[in-house]
Design a protein around this ligand. Structure first.
Ligand code: NAD
Length: 263
């Protein structure tokens, strides 16, 4: 099936590894040219080179911290300068730190809001005017299964990702008449480098092995395994593509059936 990404321009943030990288690679394999960002030039350049080699696509690496409004503006301007338009935007960032309410301070909330919520707001303000002018575009915000059931010890993520979903839903209503689709994607456990590090840390803490920890987690997932980043990237690429032309305003779980909710 051709999902219609050939010749399209995508901007994928936080893409030197993990879910952002997998999404950029999936879109590049489908024929899109991609601009990718991360905070560190070395790992970003290496990721861009891997995507070029694996897909043959044009890749524009741009060093940027999405929590910094001026970086977001510079990155979007550079993408528009280089490619002339942005058809698809994947909004992604590192996760806010874990912690329970009384372990955190108000400043932690300010920082987390900048990283998780304000980055999405800034990206939308920077990209939407061009999409309106084109009369089309698609935006996908990355969230987590925590938007359907809050997770223990992750109050910053639980609270701010819910706001991001509300933002996406509101934007889908406001921007639909301009031909712009806005959706959210909610990953469950996906085996990125970050999750591998987490399994090792849990094993060291409990005196077990990473495989033991993996088994404990996957026992609660109906498909009995974590997703690969590629599985996530393919769904994200589809939602951003013309093949999903009548899907807007949804939050799609990619969680192996883990979310115990009817909707
Ligand atoms: P990861 O740590 O493997 O990758 C994060 C990427 O974001 C890296 O490329 C990093 O350089 C980049 N990055 C981090 N902060 C940035 C910033 N301020 N500006 C620009 N780039 C930045 O993480 P991941 O597993 O790919 O997760 C991506 C997002 O999805 C996170 O917010 C995470 O909390 C969320 N999530 C992940 C999972 C999972 O199982 N992997 C599940 C639910 C939600």
């Amino acid at each position: 099936m051709d999902i219609g990404l050939k010749g399209k321009i995508a901007l994928v943030t936080a893409a030197s590894r993990g879910l952002g990288y997998a999404t950029a690679l999936a879109m590049a394999r489908e024929g899109a040219a991609v601009a990718i960002c991360a905070r560190h030039a070395d790992s970003l350049e290496a990721a861009a080179e891997r995507i070029r080699t694996e897909s043959g696509a044009t890749v524009l690496p741009l060093v940027a911290d999405v929590a910094q409004p001026q970086d977001v503006q510079r990155m979007v301007a550079a993408t528009l300068d280089h490619f002339g338009r942005i058809d698809a935007l994947f909004v992604n960032a590192g996760g806010p730190p874990p912690g329970y309410f009384m372990e955190l301070a108000p400043e932690d909330w300010t920082k987390a809001a900048q990283l998780t919520l304000h980055s999405a707001v800034q990206l939308a303000y920077a990209v939407v005017p061009g999409m309106k002018e084109q009369g089309c575009g698609s935006i996908l915000v990355n969230t987590s299964v925590s938007v359907r059931h809050p997770l223990d010890g992750l109050i910053l993520s639980n609270s701010l990702r819910a706001a991001v979903v509300a933002l996406a839903k509101s934007l889908s209503i406001e921007l639909g008449p301009d031909g712009i689709r806005v959706n959210a994607i909610a990953p469950g456990w996906t085996r990125t480098e970050r999750v591998d590090a987490l399994l090792q840390a849990r094993a060291a803490h409990h005196g077990t092995t990473p495989e033991d920890e993996l088994g404990q987690i996957t026992a609660n997932i109906p498909l009995r395994r974590m997703a690969s980043p590629e599985e996530f990237g393919q769904v994200a690429a589809f939602l951003l593509s013309p093949a999903a032309s009548y899907i807007s305003g949804v939050t799609l779980s990619v969680d192996g059936g883990m979310t115990r909710a009817l909707l």
